[in-house]
Design a protein around this ligand. Structure first.
Ligand SMILES: [Zn+2]
Ligand SMILES: [Zn+2]
Length: 293
């Protein structure tokens, strides 16, 4: 068994659920293979998330071609500053970066990219605008203004089209919550890869925000995440892979994919103190409500 080998298929769920956040375009193998493996363990729906203009087009096309896929479209919080500053990608985005960034940059380039996201958000199989938000881990203070401008524009696009908003919040909890409250959050707002503590979970619950938990909630050092999940109302909880990232224990470090959802879901059921089927049924209902399918 090598560290880079794909983990084995887990035991199938009895209740079909969705992977609320994945990046099929960054995973090995074909889309069809990924969907088939997921369906084999009863992960029957995936939300494919775009991180830049190209990836958002790809997400929309993939959703159009597969009944089990819905798309989310956006400029990732680490992408917005790159567009404004005219970078060719790779400087600050790590694994999120792609070649072929636009040339020139500036506010006009950001507006042009946002117009493309706005057009994609109108499509029927595009059910969410995201991932957007703030990332203070990968982007430093020089990128904050561009991130906030982009975040606010995505909030407007989501509201204009009546789509869910998918939030990427990395080490920026207070500012994300402040901007959402200030701009007025869309009716359906999802914190992807929820990373707040129990206090923040109560704030999200009061606001009616969905909290989507990823494989990192299984990590040994993630007790604050499990404490947050323990107090999160079951009707606001989702599960996601964020694959190929955040592979759940005991497969940490190996490639992640939607078929590993059952591993995380079972850990979530234990934290919430319910059986697997109860957890899966709640998550299935919640995801359909969040993304309006
Ligand atoms: Zn993210
Ligand atoms: Zn993501």
């Amino acid at each position: 068994m090598s560290r880079t080998e794909a983990p084995p298929l887990p035991e199938p769920l009895r209740v079909p659920v969705a992977d609320a956040h994945t990046h099929l375009d960054m995973q090995d193998g074909t889309v069809e293979e990924a969907l088939a493996r997921a369906a084999a363990v009863n992960v029957t729906t995936v939300i494919q998330v775009g991180c830049d203009v190209k990836g958002s087009h790809w997400a929309a096309e993939t959703a159009a071609a597969h009944a089990s896929v819905y798309a989310a479209v956006a400029l990732h919080p680490n992408e917005a500053p790159r567009i404004v500053h005219g970078d060719q990608g790779g400087a600050s985005g790590g694994d999120r970066s792609r070649p072929g960034g636009r040339e020139g940059g500036g506010a006009a380039a950001l507006h042009e990219a946002l117009a493309e996201i706005d057009a994609l958000a109108a499509l029927d199989h595009v059910r969410a605008v995201g991932e957007t938000g703030l990332d203070y881990f990968r982007t430093g203070p020089e990128g904050m203004a561009a991130q906030e401008e982009s975040f606010r524009a995505h909030i407007e696009i989501a509201k204009r089209h009546g789509k869910a908003l998918v939030i990427h919040d990395r080490e920026a909890h207070a500012d994300v919550l402040r901007i959402l409250a200030d701009a007025g959050a869309p009716e359906r707002t999802v914190f992807h890869c929820y990373s707040g503590d129990a206090d923040m979970a109560r704030v999200c619950a009061d606001a009616g925000y969905f909290m989507s938990f990823a494989g990192n909630m299984t990590f040994k050092n993630a007790q604050p995440l499990r404490d947050a999940l323990a107090v999160a109302p079951r009707e606001l909880v989702l599960v996601e892979t964020d694959a190929p990232f955040l592979t759940p224990a005991p497969y940490r470090g190996r490639p992640n994919a939607p078929y590993l959802i059952p591993v995380t879901l079972r850990a979530m059921a234990a934290v919430q103190g319910v059986d697997e089927d109860t957890m899966a049924s709640a998550i299935a209902d919640n995801t359909a409500r969040a993304f309006d399918y």
